[in-house]
Design a protein around this ligand. Structure first.
Ligand SMILES: [Zn+2]
Length: 109
């Protein structure tokens, strides 16, 4: 596994673990009410930031291969953020053949 991919999974793993641990702790320690809601929102924001960063890292370190013609698609951050995905497979429109396919991630750097 190369460096950026490792960093991405590490960030995702830590932030998702932190998110769940934080939410569990908040539900356990804070009585129901506006403070609990504020804590949940706060925790979500804090741990979603690294997720966005991980996505940025993912987008900047690879391309997606079109299933139809084999063209290597490099999506913009926005496209990647909006495209539905399943693991590292992303539903993208190929600029060459114009077809939308589930493109598999290829790590180029
Ligand atoms: Zn194509």
């Amino acid at each position: 596994m190369e460096k950026n991919q490792k960093a991405m999974w590490l960030i995702l793993g830590v932030s998702v673990t932190g998110l769940f641990a934080g939410l569990l702790a908040a539900v356990h320690w804070i009585p129901e009410g506006p403070w609990l809601l504020a804590a949940i929102i706060g925790i979500c924001i804090v741990f979603l930031i690294p997720c966005f960063y991980a996505l940025r890292l993912e987008v900047s370190t690879g391309a997606y291969r079109c299933k139809t013609c084999g063209h290597e698609i490099v999506p913009t951050y926005r496209e990647a953020l909006c495209a539905p995905h399943c693991g590292t497979t992303r539903y993208l429109k190929c600029p060459v053949c114009g077809k939308r396919t589930w493109c598999k991630k290829i790590w180029t750097k």
